[in-house]
Design a protein around this ligand. Structure first.
Ligand code: SAM
Ligand code: SF4
Length: 315
């Protein structure tokens, strides 16, 4: 379905839990978040019901995110139910990768088509610091495990943080090329815990562009501006919500871990789907599409920006 600004809205991102096994400093409070009560966390049946109504309005791609989607009980069942819906062409997962080696096979068998892995450094000690305790070897094992299962077009998402990982840009490029992966740099956003980060941590993706002279600019991939290595192995994407607003290409709706629909990641606007079913539920989803703002105001307007943690919305 088209929104008011002629954008085709065909992509639903679902935060299936706000809990996580890591505590990335820009995303999660040090002591984690209070567990939602059983009745407040979106149920498997409810996820299926919402997706089934959303496909009637043109949604054909779903991404499961979180918190960490791999810590959610019943993840494989959620995947099986969504992938069984004929209109769904793509079912993707965004994960920190720590538990992937355990679940790669089950995810493949449950109909997951693609996996994105978040990784902000290639250094063991820095990884421990940024995630407050994670073991980078688990992520490398996860990357190998999904390769073995035959997952294709894997993307690594890396939040670029001034003074933390901007010195690793050449190593990230080499990693993408050596492993024939798509490596995407995401600008740090002042949302939730991200708002508490030092000003110097917020740097523009133009810092990466300086290192891309040997690559070829190709057609954008959704909100990501894309560069390829000349020999065709691997690619580099830049997702720049702050320095280059990509709102005109936004095709997404977001469902929070407590069942609210968000027309925009950065806006406080939410639609509560509670007690809505069938035609009424479809109308609420339609309302969310029509309420999508033209663009976010992350650089200016703090009042109308989302007060939620990134883990509740799913990034
Ligand atoms: N736990 C999973 C993971 O880390 O991939 C999925 C959820 S996480 C919230 C989704 C994405 O949001 C991750 O790539 C993470 O790096 C990104 N993210 C979280 N907080 C952010 C912030 N303040 N600015 C930019 N990206 C952020
Ligand atoms: Fe967890 Fe992902 Fe947030 Fe890191 S970015 S704390 S892995 S939800």
């Amino acid at each position: 379905m088209l929104d008011k600004f002629n954008r085709e809205i065909d992509y639903l991102r679902i935060s299936i839990t706000d809990l996580c096994n890591l505590r990335c400093i820009y995303c999660m409070p040090k002591d984690g978040v209070k567990k939602l009560s059983h009745e407040n966390i979106i149920s498997i049946e409810r996820i299926e019901e919402i997706v089934k109504e959303a496909v009637k309005l043109g949604i054909n791609k779903v991404r499961l995110t979180g918190g960490e989607p791999l810590v959610r009980h019943g993840l494989a069942e959620i995947c099986r139910k969504i992938s069984a819906i004929p209109e769904i062409k793509e079912l993707c997962i965004t994960t920190n990768g720590v538990l992937l080696s355990q679940y790669a096979k089950e995810l493949k068998e449950s109909g997951v088509t693609r996996i994105n892995i978040s990784l902000d450094t290639l250094d063991k000690d820095k990884y421990k610091r940024i995630t407050r305790g994670g073991n980078i070897e688990d992520v490398f094992e996860g990357i190998n495990a999904i390769k073995k299962e035959g997952f294709k077009n894997t993307k690594i998402n890396c939040v670029l943080i001034g003074g933390f990982n901007d010195d690793e840009i050449p190593s990230f490029l080499k990693f993408a090329h050596d492993n024939d992966l798509s490596f995407r740099f995401i600008e740090l956003m002042p949302i939730g815990e991200g708002e508490k980060m030092d000003r110097s941590s917020f740097i523009s993706n133009s810092k990466v562009i300086e290192s891309l002279s040997d690559l070829v600019k190709v057609e954008d991939d959704g909100v990501s501006s894309l560069y390829k290595f000349k020999d065709g192995r691997g690619s580099i994407g830049l997702i720049s919500p702050l320095s280059h607003s990509f709102c005109e290409k936004c095709s997404r709706l977001r469902l929070t871990s407590d069942g609210k629909l968000k027309p925009c990641l950065h806006s406080s606007l939410e639609i509560d789907l509670k007690d809505k079913h069938g035609e009424e539920l479809k109308e609420e989803i339609k309302k969310a599409i029509l309420l999508k703002p033209k663009e976010h105001h992350l650089n200016q307007d703090k009042k109308s920006s989302s007060k939620r943690l990134m883990s509740e919305i799913g990034g």
